[in-house]
Design a protein around this ligand. Sequence first.
Ligand SMILES: Nc1nc2c(ncn2[C@@H]2O[C@H](COP(=O)(O)OP(=O)(O)O)[C@@H](O)[C@H]2O)c(=O)[nH]1
Ligand SMILES: [Mg+2]
Length: 500
Amino acid sequence: MARQPSYSPSSSSPSASSSFLPAHSDDRQPFIANTDKEYPPSSYTNFTKFRPRRRYIYSIAAALTAASLFALLIFGFWTSNAEEESFNLPEDATLQAEHDDVQEFPQSVVIGEPTEKFRDNLQPNLKYITSWISAGWTNDVMTYANLIYLGLLTERIPVVPMFVPSHIGGSVPPIDFGEVFDVPRLSKAIRLPVVEWHQVKNRSSEALDELGCWNIWQAVQEDEKRPRWSIVPQHLKLDISYTTVPSWVKVIPGYRHDLHAWFWSLAALAFPETRAENLVTPLESPTLKVSLPPDEQMLCYDYLYYVCANQPYEFDFDYSPAWRFVGRHMRWVPKLEQLADTYVRKATGIEDGKPTPPWIAIHVRHGDFKNWCNDVGIPLKECFASLPVIARRVEEVKAELKERKGIDVEHVIMTSDERDPEWWSDVVKMGWFGIDHSKTVEEHGAWYPVLIDAVIQSSGAGFVGTDRSTMSTLARRRVQSWRDGVVRTVKWGKPDSDDH
Ligand SMILES: Nc1nc2c(ncn2[C@@H]2O[C@H](COP(=O)(O)OP(=O)(O)O)[C@@H](O)[C@H]2O)c(=O)[nH]1
Ligand SMILES: [Mg+2]
């Protein structure tokens, strides 16, 4: 049985649907399949071999034992210190320590080069886990972090698909997870190899693979009488037969306004006994009309955005396990960081040879958030926070940076999905900098405005975000975890929403 949620659905919690505001935008957009375009080539094709760090430590420990008890005591002190450090030091220091280690898995996690059918490339003695996405890009980042966290819980190798476009236009080709996030660094940090689908199955394969997966969507909501739709299985040429998960995965049984499932309820279904006890007749796959139980080697779930350990929309909370154990280790690929740096330098007009100054980033999310204002008939000018309201939070961030870290941060950079040129000229009048994306799509591709903005949001000394935006939520988490930075969130919905 699922336990009772730790809050009441009727409370004023951000996830209570009584509010007209989105708990978090899960703004599904129609997707246009674009499978005949070549994907960008991956910069990472060689598999790193991993070996658990513990084995390395054990062998050193054995050698030290043989040498002398004194040496062992010293070693014990060192390892316990090292463990402690890995939780107390800023993350960069932790990662530095991890980079010094050579970690190898006993074998390559796939057999070799990507194959036409994915099963031909799976190691028979290893188990894998995968899932699909279908929302805004940041929701999708969270969904993949949840997938990888479930990989840790079930001790399975996460096989991560690509990112597919939503707000940036349905005809844009997908981009590899590994073009955005540093996968080898992630694998090392979490001590679990993470692979991408294109490393398992050939991206140009025309072979359709049959696969049995769990269908969570029909156990957590009743409006759609089908598993969560995603374009990803089409890209991967998968023909999926779904088995609906038991209703006890749902966090708030019978409550139609929340869609979350428990991490551990889903993890339980990865194990043979609980799996066997919960098998029901699978839905036929759409193309080959096969009926398959959930695959035991390539465990898969339709959609893992709405998953939590203790309460819904958990990325908002400091203890979020998916953030702490996975998300915070999903660092940008260096190429993206360098690119963002050139945009910041250009925006702030820093001369060549001078270091990039620290900045405070703002994320103002407008775009489709206007729908919620329109639905309740509040004019946009009153519904969205005004620039002076945002400036109050920027000043708070400046003051706290000065007080807590002794630094004066002068540069303020605005990122937003707002397109109104008048609004942007008001931004400049505030003394803030905008990022010039007029050539970004042409020069780097349609994914890059949002990627560069996300990197800029996460790389400042401080951050001011928009309430209810997952893009702001992750930027806030990153600035806190990676920069020990100062963050604020601007509320919106009514003229006085942020008056506190
Ligand atoms: N370039 C750019 N795009 C943005 C910005 N804010 C929102 N967007 C676009 O709108 C999408 C919002 O969806 P999502 O990432 O899921 O975040 P959320 O909807 O705010 O929770 C982003 O993925 C971008 O495509 C921004 O500051 N810069
Ligand atoms: Mg979204």
